[in-house]
Design a binder for this molecule. Structure first.
Ligand code: SAH
Ligand code: SF4
Length: 349
């Protein structure tokens, strides 16, 4: 651990420039150092070849570039999905998943160690909550994997904050990370290619609106009745469906952006014809995409996945009878527990 040194990847552009000026370096070094850190993704301060030797020595003494410790790496034989297990400086571990599509790579990024929301169906929630991830721990998931992809002539094209944790409960670090990841002098990943998935943290959605961050929003709905949603997502008691509905209406009125909704299908729980019809009414209130996710039995509970026939019936009501823009989400990396929501905190301390 390098406690006494300044962690360069935790600084936003202004903080970095201020530091550079305060250390007596030339002002135009700001842009160059930012690009070494966030664009070229160097690992060693010494590689900053357009920075004077004297300043590099000073930086080396007073600052550092944190590196991730890769503890495990699995590749799915079915679809090439890759799962990375990283060890953090304090011994905690997080997982990041790389989803391979024909023409693009999507990275599923974690924002917390564990998750305090503790949804009844989720392995991350069941593994408890340790802490929020720092800015450098969020962006380093992307940087570490981007470096590997560059060696193959590829790169990270899309980012989904659907790994471990509830992104909107770590919103300050999340926003700082998004601004760095989308910076034109960094990886320059378009904000339109960044999706935040939330269990429905109403003040977090309000904050996104205030900050005018034009990222994509995905909402984990999972039920359209409060009694059922309370059982799945405990935080629904604090932010019930009516409040979520209101803030999302406002979100769409102001941003004009389509919202993705996620709905886990659980046998004899949320897949009746009534559920389908009330869900369709909800969807018609929004410019929407609806993802149906057949439940994955990953934690000890009574939930089961519905039969294929039932899944199709539910889908058909939505799609054909009610003209909802709906898809059944295909599973990725099932042989390596790679699906989002199956990531758990490993005990590696
Ligand atoms: N905390 C955020 C993002 C991480 S969870 C959120 O809840 O939206 C990412 C997705 O994985 C969520 O849509 C969740 O519904 C899904 N998921 C979690 N556990 C699952 C399970 N056992 N089966 C299927 N999907 C699951
Ligand atoms: Fe947290 Fe999302 Fe899992 Fe719920 S589904 S416990 S919000 S990570």
């Amino acid at each position: 651990m390098e406690d006494f040194k300044l962690n360069l990847l935790n600084l936003d552009e202004k903080e970095l420039t201020d530091y550079i000026l305060a250390s007596g370096m030339k002002k135009f070094y700001g842009k160059q150092i930012f690009n070494w850190l966030h664009g070229k993704l160097i690992r060693n301060i010494n590689d900053m070849s357009n920075i004077s030797l004297k300043d590099r020595e000073m930086l080396f003494e007073k600052t550092y570039i944190p590196l991730f410790n890769l503890m495990d790496h699995k590749v799915s034989k079915i679809d090439g999905t890759e799962k990375f297990l990283f060890k953090l400086e304090d011994g905690n571990t997080i997982e990041t998943v790389l989803l391979k599509h024909k023409t693009r790579n999507t990275l599923c990024v974690s924002t917390q160690v564990g998750c305090p929301v503790k949804c009844a169906f989720c392995a991350t929630g069941a593994s408890g909550f340790e802490r929020n991830l720092d800015v450098h721990e969020i962006i380093n998931q992307v940087y570490t994997i981007e470096r590997r992809l560059r060696n193959k002539g590829e790169s990270v094209n899309n980012i989904v904050f659907m790994g471990m944790g509830e992104p909107l409960l770590n919103i300050n670090n999340l926003m700082k990370a998004i601004i760095l990841l989308s910076h034109e002098n960094g990886l320059n990943i378009s904000k339109r290619k960044i999706t935040i998935s939330t269990s429905g943290i109403v003040p977090g959605i309000e904050k996104l609106l205030e900050e005018k961050l034009p990222v994509e929003l995905a909402v984990s709905l999972h039920a359209v009745f409060n009694e059922k949603r309370d059982q799945l997502i405990p935080i629904n008691k604090r932010f019930p469906l009516e409040d979520l509905f209101t803030v999302l209406k406002e979100y769409q009125r102001i941003t004009n952006r389509r919202i993705t909704f996620e709905y886990i299908l659980i046998k004899e729980f949320n897949v009746s014809d009534t559920d389908a019809n009330v869900l369709a009414d909800f969807m018609h209130e929004f410019d929407h995409t609806l993802n149906l996710i057949p439940y994955n039995p990953v934690v000890e509970n009574d939930f089961e996945r519905p039969s294929q026939k039932k899944i199709e019936k539910f889908y058909n009501i939505l799609k054909n009878d009610r003209k909802v823009n709906v898809v059944i989400r295909g599973e990725k990396g099932t042989d390596i527990d790679g699906a989002c929501g199956q990531l758990r905190q490993r005990n590696a301390k």
